[in-house]
Design a binder for this molecule. Structure first.
Ligand code: C5P
Length: 454
């Protein structure tokens, strides 16, 4: 059964700045007042990471946002309300039954008078209470009463995060339309190492900016309606490969193919616009790095595989690169023309299949593994075979015969082939294929997490 997202969808324009720039604190021209006029309700839960929420308030105010802070009782054990008063320039709310508060501004009003509700840190207990619709303090009552979207930054011990109960609660909230940023992997306050650390304030700022983004609606031709990106991948990690690989013959020569990287780069850009944290592993191409994407440049298939593995874990892997199937046994020095006129013989070795390797990982397999099938004939038949052989979830099949003009061109005509369905799209700009594909992947990811057949 497909559940309809309860939480309202976004309505404002997305400022397409680099997540990475933001997370590294590099100022871009628009960073100064990127949240100007935005009203945020920040709910601070009771965890050690509450201290980072102080810095978050500072960063948000620097960007022009108005921040109203609500603290749980437990949060006040970690940081004082006075610190938030000083940083937000507003009084802090903590009492559901405060007559003064109710007189000044009822809690329903407080929950509605914001563009976005942010919960940072979202502790395991707070996540559980929100997922179950409890309203036993001001924070959870506001979350139940609000008509605005919510973004949660979880922070907890790794065992608590990995516990099936927490994971069920997170899946429930995602299905209700709640977005997440983090948690990150790293050393925790308790000394253990793993996922559970709250994202850094600048990464939460980036997620807030993405969540406040417009419904990135792109009109599609031929009555296809609209692909909605909508920050649909906020808090998700996506790894994309793109372009060709180059396999050296000797220090100055290589074998490669005609892939331009246009489709893969467009997918990485669309995933970033949808709010995902994107790593693009690109072979040599003549394209600019897409905005908001962490780009790793590689040459060979083996380097590409290593870079992909390093970029994991991820929720989605899209292998759009045209990986060379073979590499050459490379000569250490430039091969010279022989005096006898004999041509050198190239010895080819099979390259690793990156898509199959990622799809067949025993541990840490991305939830969705998507491949491309560039064919010159029987496009769908070959795509089906590839889906089975490589054990990926979806193949985007396209015709790359010379007459199709797809290789190097700006348009593409694709068929989405999964275990049970084929969806054929008309010829579209590669950027439109990317937007539409990313919107589909966000839907499939959500369905997969609900245990439905994606
Ligand atoms: O087997 P074939 O090359 O036609 O499969 C295409 C798909 O497999 C693409 O998604 C491509 O990125 C991926 N692939 C790969 N590693 C290879 C060969 C292909 O990841 N060595």
């Amino acid at each position: 059964m497909r559940r309809k997202a309860f939480w309202p969808q976004r309505e404002k324009e997305y400022s397409n700045r680099s997540n990475l720039q933001r997370s590294r604190g590099v100022a871009s021209p628009s960073s100064a007042q990127s949240l100007s006029g935005k009203r945020l309700l920040l709910i601070v839960g009771g965890g050690v990471a509450a201290y980072k929420a102080l810095d978050l308030v500072r960063r948000l105010r620097e960007r022009g946002a108005r921040v109203r802070v609500v603290m749980t009782e437990a949060a006040k054990r970690f940081v004082t309300p006075l610190s938030f008063v000083g940083l937000s320039g507003e009084r802090v709310h903590d009492d559901l039954f405060s007559p003064t508060d109710e007189q000044e501004m009822g809690h329903i009003q407080l929950s509605r008078d914001a563009d976005l509700v942010v919960v940072a840190p979202a502790t395991a207990h707070l996540v559980a209470r929100i997922a179950h619709g409890l309203a036993d303090d001001l924070a959870t009552t506001l979350l139940l009463a609000t008509d605005k979207r919510a973004l949660l930054a979880p922070a907890m011990n790794l065992r608590m995060w990995l516990h099936p109960a927490t994971q069920r609660n997170v899946a429930t909230l995602r299905a209700d339309g709640v977005s997440f940023v983090g948690p990150e992997e790293g050393e925790m306050a308790c000394g253990e190492f793993g996922p559970g650390r709250m994202s850094e304030p600048l990464d939460i700022v980036a997620a807030i900016e993405a969540a406040l983004a417009s419904e990135t609606r792109l009109p599609l031709p031929d009555g296809l309606g609209e692909a909605r990106l909508d920050g649909a991948l906020t808090g998700r990690r996506v790894v994309v490969t793109s372009g060709p690989t180059q396999e050296p013959i000797d220090p100055v020569r290589y074998i490669s193919n005609r892939s331009s990287g246009k489709q893969g780069h467009a997918i990485a850009a669309a995933a970033a616009r949808a709010g995902a944290q994107v790593t693009l592993v690109s072979g040599p191409v003549a394209l600019a790095d897409p905005a908001g994407v962490d780009v790793r440049h590689v040459e060979t298939a083996r380097e590409m595989l290593a870079a992909v593995e390093q970029a994991l874990p991820a929720d989605i892997f899209v292998g759009a690169a045209a990986v060379a199937d073979w590499r050459v046994e490379t000569a250490p020095d430039k091969i010279k023309k022989s005096a006898t006129g004999r041509s050198p013989e190239l010895v080819l070795r099979e390259n690793p299949d990156i898509l199959a390797t990622i799809a067949q990982r025993a541990q840490g397999r991305p939830r969705l593994v998507v491949g491309f099938a560039a064919e010159t004939r029987d496009v769908i038949g070959h795509a089906r075979a590839k889906l089975d052989r490589k054990r990926c979830d979806l193949i985007v099949a396209n015709d790359v015969s010379v007459s199709s003009g797809v290789f190097g061109g700006d348009r593409n005509e694709v068929h989405l082939v999964s275990g049970s369905t084929i969806e054929s799209w008309p010829r579209l700009d590669k950027s439109e294929v990317a937007t539409r594909l990313v919107a589909r992947l966000a839907e499939r990811l959500q369905r997969a997490e609900l245990g439905e057949t994606p």
